[in-house]
Design a protein around this ligand. Structure first.
Ligand SMILES: O=c1[nH]c(=O)n([C@H]2C[C@H](O)[C@@H](COP(=O)(O)O)O2)cc1CO
Length: 146
């Protein structure tokens, strides 16, 4: 069975890093199916998705995808309530998690993310040119049940 990857990145928290999300989604496609490709869509604005039935539909669909996923990768440099929430839920679901943070942004990552580090929760400081190496390392070293 193909690996299902949940990619999380800021939407209403701010789209400053959308080009990075797009590269990450592209790279992640080489490791499996990315359920949340829309997060890296440059056409998706800070308003978020337009949904007939509103935010509940987005929330319920995403939690469904999170439940189905085998692994969660989050770009956490731009602070996002939604990404923080998804990460908390992923921990409760015992999913393997990789959080990627760019220290050159000038902010400090929340202690609730950096401090969550553990055997199933990896936090990596990175530069965009290291994406390939970091993902390779993570996917080869992490036990991912499919
Ligand atoms: O339109 C949306 N679609 C969607 O899938 N999300 C999910 C996926 C992202 O990883 C995360 C972003 O949360 P936020 O919008 O609070 O930055 O929430 C969030 C929104 C808007 O909040």
């Amino acid at each position: 069975m193909s690996r299902l990857i949940y990619f999380a990145g800021s939407i209403r928290g701010g789209r400053d890093d959308v080009h990075l999300y797009q590269s990450l989604v592209q790279e992640l496609r080489t490791y499996g199916t990315v359920l949340t490709e829309h997060v890296g869509d440059q056409g998706l604005s800070v308003q978020g998705e337009v949904s007939e039935t509103g935010d509940k539909e987005i929330h319920d669909r995403d939690l469904d995808w999170l439940q189905q996923s085998h692994v969660v990768v989050a770009e956490v440099t731009v602070p996002s309530m939604g990404v923080g929430y998804e990460l908390g839920r992923a921990v409760v679901m015992d999913k393997p998690v990789l959080c990627l943070f760019r220290p050159d942004c000038g902010r400090r990552l929340s202690a609730m993310i950096r401090g969550a580090k553990g055997p199933r929760f990896t936090v990596m400081d990175y530069r965009p040119d290291q994406i390939k190496t970091i993902l390779d390392q993570f996917f080869s070293q992490t036990q991912i049940q499919t």
